[in-house]
Design a protein. Sequence first.
Lengths: 307, 167
Amino acid sequence: MTLFDPNSTEPTASAQPVKREGTAVSALLARRRPLLVLAAVLLVQLLLLSFQITRNHDVRLIRVWAVALVDPFQRSLRGITEVSEGAWRSYRSLWRAQQENQELRTQLVSAQSQILQLSEQAAESVRLRALLEFKSQLPFQTVAAEVIASSPGESSNAIFIGKGADEGVTSDLAVITPEGVLGKTIAVFSHSSQVLLLTDPSSGVGVMLEKTRVQGVLKGDSRNLCLIRYIMNQEPVSPGEAVLTSGLDQIYPKGLRVGTVVGTTAGNIYKRVEVKPAADLSRLETVLVVLKPNSIEQRAANVSPHP
Amino acid sequence: MPVPPQREVEAFRVRPITLWVAILLALLLQTILPLRFALAGLMDLPLLVTVYFTLVRQNKIFGTFLGTGLGLVQDALSHGYLGMFGMAKALTGYLTASAAVRFNLDSLLPRAVVTAGLIVIHNLCMTGLQRALVDPPPTFVPLDLASAVLVNVALSLILFPLLDRFR
């Protein structure tokens, strides 16, 4: 079976539709030729007129028509361009704003951190200035020390300070703050010392009431309060009265503020007087160690070089 | 696609000398007569020549080109823009040939009716072009149109039979 015979004179199947289409187009053009000629003639004369007639200050009509024809497309294209440019500018602005936002956030965090640091420094400066003023008013020498640690364990009310034997600190030295008495040194190391707080049950401070001048011994209580012992029931004690050091224990100088009476209870012989310490024992940062004369000499010896 | 059956047309050939003489005389008289007679300003001899020879020839392309040529010459001889009369007469020539193919226009009355219609179309086309393109546009006066139709139809009743002698 031969699919294709190159010698065949019959037109192939693929050529016949093209020939029929060409004939139809030619017939259509032939039928419409007079109309096409008329349209062409009218168009040429219209163009001729447009070159002659002027509008709007001698602008030729052909220019007016050309501009009128092209102007909508120009406006559309310009509109699309403007919209696209606007969208791109908006995108870039948003992107830049996002970048700037991130930078500002980073700067904000950094600034907040700095502010916090500066606030801490300012607060410390205020504290230290108050401590310095207090120190300058004292009639005895003191040495300032930072609280560096507290003793572990709930039953022990003791702290560690950053001054020790090399700085002239010895044991049984009073440790105070501008608010009031804190405790005394019990163990001294080279560059640190352990301080027993007055709220510890094993501590004891010779005290007296400010108004009545009644004397007693202040002992620590496990509830962060202190009790004054050895005050007779008939002695007048009223809540709110200030408690000062009596100086009889030879450790704490006389007249230092210890705390405030918060309650009294009559006992068999002696009253039970509850005292709230004046110093804030939960916020200890910088304290003063009261130096004794021999302590002062030892400190001077440590500072000056040996001959 | 089968060609629809058409009326058997009888187209005549026009002698070239007759055509050219008629064209020349129409143009000359169109420029001279209005100087002498006021009513001559309403006549349009080149239009009548276009209509007659297209009726005789019954060819749309011939009518289009004849009207275009006569119209452009008329434009060139007048104060108007080139192309005004050309476009109007080109359209008139085309429509004349279309009417000639469809209707039997050998007798006087059909010719007069068709001529009147073509004159109206021609004048309306002119008015439309002037109102569209010329600034300020001229005022359209229907009475002028009616007068022009009457004058030119009357003229055709004389002219067409005269030209038939040379067919």
